[in-house]
Design a protein. Structure first.
Length: 331
């Protein structure tokens, strides 16, 4: 075990961390193991441990250091910090992992890393947590049109916080492994719910769960007005004083429609855009394989296209993705 710890501290990819963080490396890696899924904490769909570890070694200074922007933003081992500073590091870890699935969406803005994206959205007047949520919102929006189904979405901010609390509970218990008396933190304070001696997981906030339920009803249930324009009480939606939605059989002549629907939100307090963008076949469903194909060195990437006489900045979204797809198939 001592040799393993020494090897971690001597790893060249981690030398960018400060001396204090190097001393915390064993605790950081323990937390990294927990938050990515263990016997007590759920995993992230299509994002395995290998992928998370690759991302961590690629952006260690950004994920678990205070060298991001002005001010202390926490490290991954801060599991018992009352101000939840470690939660910020966890958000950066998750954001970097999901970034690799949608990094090409930021090519037009010449943003080549999640760190640069964070700096581009950072506002000094906002709290560190608000800045992190804004950063995740950018990644969530870019990811929306690149995933095959909603279970691949980036979880909401509330769901991520509950996941972090459960991970903290596990780490606090594991830290007492060499003690005779183990103090178990209160489960109700760490992302679980105990009701009548039954333990259940709190996956998300009530507000977000209600939004998900309403969204499912909107897309799966509706009226059967095939020929009418939903102007009378024969329309089931109008009779219930509801607007017609995607699940209805009525067409463009419907007079009971409220217009474009809202995209799934990452958090109840963060508003998303009203229009869907074109679906792009860029999602690479590989959780534990090499992911460097979508993370080329940015300058080399543009240089290759400039040598071909192609200016990426002048291309629209559809042409840009066509060029990138054709380029990747020949690399």
């Amino acid at each position: 075990m001592n040799k393993l710890i020494q090897s971690m501290k001597n790893d060249p990819d981690l030398q960018c961390l400060s001396n204090n963080n190097l001393d915390d490396i064993p605790s950081i890696f323990q937390m990294l193991y927990i938050v990515t899924g263990c016997d007590y904490v759920s995993f992230f769909r299509d994002h395995g441990k290998t992928s998370f570890y690759q991302i961590f070694f690629k952006y260690p200074d950004f994920i678990t250091s205070n060298n991001i922007v002005k001010g202390w933003l926490g490290i991954l081992s801060d599991s018992d910090n009352r101000e939840n500073a470690g939660f910020l590091a966890f958000l950066r870890l998750v954001g970097c992992e999901y970034w690799r699935k949608c990094s090409s969406a930021f090519l037009k803005d010449r943003i080549d890393s999640p760190h640069y994206l964070f700096q581009s959205v950072f506002v000094e007047t906002l709290s560190p947590l608000e800045n992190h949520f804004n950063w995740l919102s950018k990644i969530r929006d870019a990811l929306y049109c690149r995933v095959p189904s909603e279970e691949f979405f980036l979880p909401s901010n509330d769901a991520l916080f509950l996941h972090w609390k459960r991970s903290c509970w596990v780490k606090l218990v594991w830290q007492q492994a060499n003690q005779n008396l183990v103090h178990y933190p209160i489960l109700n304070d760490h992302g679980w719910k105990v009701d009548k001696n039954l333990l259940s997981i709190v996956w998300d906030s009530d507000e977000n769960l209600e939004k998900i339920s309403n969204n499912i009803k909107l897309w799966t249930a509706g009226c059967g007005c095939i020929k009418s324009n939903c102007s009378g009480n024969q329309c089931g939606c109008r009779k219930q004083r509801k607007s017609c939605g995607p699940g209805c059989k009525c067409g463009q002549s419907c007079l009971n429609s409220s217009g474009p629907t809202m995209l799934p939100s990452g958090d109840a307090n963060i508003q998303q855009p009203n229009e869907k963008t074109q679906v792009e076949p860029l999602y690479d469903s590989e959780s534990d394989t090499d992911t460097d194909s979508d993370n080329m060195i940015f300058n080399d990437f543009f240089l290759e296209f400039e040598n071909l006489g192609i200016n990426l900045v002048d291309l629209d979204e559809s042409d840009l993705q066509t060029v990138i797809t054709d380029f990747n198939t020949h690399v």
